[in-house]
Design a protein around this ligand. Sequence first.
Ligand code: ZN
Length: 664
Amino acid sequence: MVHRVLCVGRVLCVDCVVPGEPFLQNLEPIILSVRKSFSLSQKDRYRLYTRSEELSQELREKAIFMRVARTFDDPFLQSGSNKVKAQDFTLAPWEPNLTDGPTSSRFAVVDYNSDDEVLVAPAKWHESGSDFSAENELQRDQVSIWALLQRALDTFQHGSALGRVIPWGFEGSRLILVPHAGYDRNAYYDRESKSLQFYYYSNDDNGSIEYTCRSMHIVAHEFGHAILDGIRPRLYESVAIESNAFHEFFGDLTALLVCLQDRNIRQRTAIKANGDFESASEFQELAARLGEALLDRPYLRSFKNKSTMKKLSGSTSHHDLSEVLSGAIFDILEKIGSKISKRSTKRPKTPKEIFWNATNTIRGLTLQSLDLLPPVDISFRDYAFAICSWHKFCNPGDSNQLLNILGMTFKSRGIFDIQDVESLRISQDKLLETHGDVTNPIAQSFERLMYRPIRLELNRNIEQVMESPESAYRLLDDNREQLLIPLHCDLQVIDLYETFKFNSANEPLGTQYVLQYLWRQDVQLIGSRFAQFEAKRTVMLCGGTLVFDQVGNILSWSAKPGSEPYSSRSGSTGRKAKFWKFALACGKARRKALLDDLARQIADGQVGKLIQSPLGMLGKDIPSLLAKTMPDGSIEFQRSPHGHLRSQTTNPDLLGQRTWEISF
Ligand SMILES: [Zn+2]
């Protein structure tokens, strides 16, 4: 029966499934055996779609994904002297209810040009052919960016990455994509307008128009900001320069992962570079055209750099600082690739296999570890510890000897010190025992105790904890002292979710539950270095993240303590008291760093007020850090979606005295 149906018009339907046998088991080999294109009946497509998590990637791509034309023109996508496009389509996941725009469940393209005040007509969806028709260049851009991000979101939500549906950092289900937002050398993510905005500008050399929405790197980078804002929204309230640099790093990491994930780009580069990431310039240099336009060099930022924390100490540039972490991650990717190529197996790995295996490993390390991070003030060192801990969780025996590579690479960039590297191999108990031992340098840092399992004194079963934020709050309240939460502070559960992740061998890691909480501590701004904010009050966000396994064991705890003691009563003694002492030292250091970072940014003219355009979208001039006066008179600072590069600011009183940086 199967053979007959396949022979007739290559239309697969439920009838081709042997009666009485499970749908997928029968359909998968049939679909995979069909080499040429085929179509599914709508009923079968729906059935496959609703069970897509059970399907192999190959089957999903073949049965549910759409081939969508794209308009990206990054130089790395062109090959050979005749500049032939290496690949001109994206495989994007189909879903029900696609409509004009394109509009899907999580994205809506709204092609509004704020300079001309023109709304470009949307590309049309054709249900019968399951595709979008684009009648002009602008509509082709609409479809192109939608398809790239529809695919990228699918990749980030897959079990080999975050393993859950990723929320946006704003209310609503759709991120608005504005491909031709106006004339400017910029692109940005803006939470307020729930959008990614891509501008265009004139090329100084030949007068041609360059569209930022035609750069795969730029589109993916801005999407990275939206993803990180969805999973760690409180980073937007951070004045810490490193936290903001982490946001920029994550944008660049997203650009790298989107390119690595693209089969044609990856395979073509793998062959050209002979399986060596060091020679793969395609993956190293970001946003070539914008780099040429703004900085007169063939990239805006590079993963192949020599930046270190020491070299950039004192910098207030989020973008410059982000290169330290980007450089470290690319070094790790290179070393993973080289390790795979040297692995002794019967048959040497091909360049394509080396790149694919390394892509799998780096995606897992960099994305799956995000769930371990605290909800506030993420430093590069936090992320380095989270990556190492995640690796230890997935590979407790370190069979691929990656731990040393990770530790030493982070050390070479000044993110880790040697004691951090050594602490990776020491058990939690051993570290706790040595805390307070001033002669032991490993024991002198609170952060080294984080990203590790703990056991709470008053536990509850995981079903109770996950029932609701209120029930999770009870677990936190019961264990305030152990979790370093001062008795008097008002505590808030800010996220509660579960993940379903796979390891690099595609084996399920079991359900994990993540609980994030925070509280606020008042901080006075005393001294003339705070300029217009002198004598005002702001807040330091404190909080933590607990990750549980499916039976309720805590796999990881990370915390950002405050500088206030547990209570005014004389507290516990012994190990608990010692732990609080370390936490308070960390909290005081955080408070000092917050004040210093704020003062540096004020001195650098990076702090100002929000100026909104009448259309609700942001104006072009906006400071890096926005200051908002709250009803109680305190000041709340918030990261802005973008800065603006221009020779002179239009209103120095509001914007400070310097030229803003490009947001990308
Ligand atoms: Zn950015």
